[in-house]
Design a protein around this ligand. Structure first.
Ligand code: AMP
Ligand code: ZN
Ligand code: FE
Ligand code: FE
Length: 292
C-alpha cells in the first residue's frame, strides 16, 4: 500500500490541477492520496470527481498556515467540514493575509529595480484560492528574472531575502480546536522541517495533543534519518499517529515526487478512526473518504 497524505494542486501553489493531481497519483501507483492545499478546500470537488470511478482512495484535507509561540507551524487538517464557521473565519483571515501580501512583495521587487506587476502575479496564480510566494516566483521566472522557483526563493523571496514579506498566520491552538469542532483530525506537518524555524519538543507536542493534535508527519523530505527516528519515538511515547508524505507540488518543487514517502496502512487506519470519532462527536457534515 502506498499512501501519500500531503500534496498540493493549483488551488494553492502546486502546478497540477486537482484532476491532474489525481491522475498523477493513479499513474504513480498510489493507493491513497490526500489533497492538502494551503488554507483552502477549493480543489476538493474537482479532485473527488476525478477520483470517482478510479480505485484511488481520496482524502480531502488542507494544510493550514498557523503560528505558535512566534514560530510558523503548518497543520494538516483531514476531513473537516469546510463550512464550519470558526474554521472558515480562520481560513478567511489567512487568505486575506495572502492576498494583501502580494502588492507588498511586488513593491519590494520594484524597489530592487525589477519590473513586475500585481497582474503578473495574478496571472501566475491563475485563480488559485491561496496565492503565495511560489506564484511570485513563477512570475519572476516568466519575466526571465530567475530560472526557477528555487532561485526566486534563494535570491528574493526566502526568509531574510530582500523581497520577503511576512503574512498573517492563524493561532495554532485555536485552529486545532476549530478542526476538531469541524469534525476533522489534525497532523502537524514537517515539524522539524526547514521552514519551521523551530523544533517543537516532546513536551510541546504533548501540549498540542491535549488541544486535539492527532499525529505527526514524520516521513517528510525536510527530515533526515536522525530527525525521523527521534520524531517516531516521540510519536510512540505520546500515542500520536505517524504519517509520511511527499508534499508534492507538481513541477513546483523538486525531490518531492508523489509517493516518495508513505504512511503505514496501520497508521492510516488509526487516522481514519480518529476522524470518524471526531466527526461523530462534532455532529458535522464531514466529507466522505472517496473509494474508502
Ligand atoms: P507562502 O505560503 O506563500 O509563504 O509560501 C511558502 C511555500 O513556498 C511553501 O509551502 C513551499 O510550498 C514553497 N517554497 C518554499 N521554499 C521554496 C523553494 N526554495 N522552492 C520552491 N518552493 C518553495
Ligand atoms: Zn506549498
Ligand atoms: Fe508545509
Ligand atoms: Fe505542503
Amino acid at each position: 500500500m502506498r499512501i501519500d497524505l500531503h500534496t498540493h494542486s493549483r488551488a494553492s501553489d502546486g502546478t497540477d490541477s486537482p484532476a491532474a493531481l489525481v491522475r498523477a497519483a493513479v499513474g504513480a501507483g498510489l493507493d491513497v492520496l490526500a489533497i492538502t492545499d494551503h488554507d483552502t478546500s477549493d480543489g476538493w470537488a474537482e479532485a473527488a470527481q476525478a477520483a470517482d470511478g478510479t480505485t484511488l482512495t481520496l482524502v480531502r484535507g488542507m494544510e493550514i498556515s498557523t503560528r505558535h509561540r512566534g514560530r510558523s507551524v503548518h497543520l494538516l487538517a483531514f476531513l473537516p467540514d469546510p463550512t464550519y464557521p470558526p474554521l472558515v473565519a480562520e481560513l478567511d483571515r489567512v487568505l486575506d493575509g495572502r492576498r494583501s501580501r502580494v502588492p507588498a512583495m511586488v513593491a519590494r521587487l520594484n524597489g530592487l529595480g525589477i519590473e513586475i506587476t500585481e497582474g503578473d502575479v495574478h496571472r501566475a496564480a491563475d485563480g488559485a484560492a491561496a496565492s503565495g510566494r511560489p506564484h511570485v516566483a513563477d512570475a519572476l521566472v516568466t519575466l526571465g528574472v530567475v530560472p526557477d522557483r528555487t532561485a526566486a526563493f534563494d535570491h528574493y523571496l526566502g526568509w531574510g531575502r530582500p523581497a520577503h514579506v511576512d503574512r498573517y498566520a492563524a493561532p495554532l491552538v485555536e485552529v486545532l480546536h476549530a478542526v476538531t469542532g469541524a469534525g476533522g483530525v489534525s497532523v502537524i506537518a514537517h515539524p522539524w522541517g526547514r521552514g519551521g524555524l523551530g523544533h517543537p519538543d516532546e513536551a510541546t507536542l504533548a501540549d498540542l495533543q491535549a488541544h486535539g493534535l492527532a499525529g505527526i508527519e514524520v516521513d517528510h523530505q525536510d527530515h533526515d534519518a536522525d530527525a525521523r527516528d527521534r520524531l517516531r519515538s516521540i510519536a510512540q511515547n505520546l500515542g500520536l499517529v505517524v504519517t509520511g508524505a511527499s508534499d508534492y507540488h507538481g513541477d513546483g518543487k523538486t525531490d518531492h515526487e508523489l509517493g516518495c514517502n508513505s504512511t503505514h496502512p496501520d497508521e492510516f487506519a488509526r487516522l481514519l478512526e480518529a476522524a470518524d470519532r471526531a466527526a461523530a462527536a462534532a455532529g458535522r457534515d464531514t466529507p466522505a473518504v472517496v473509494n474508502r
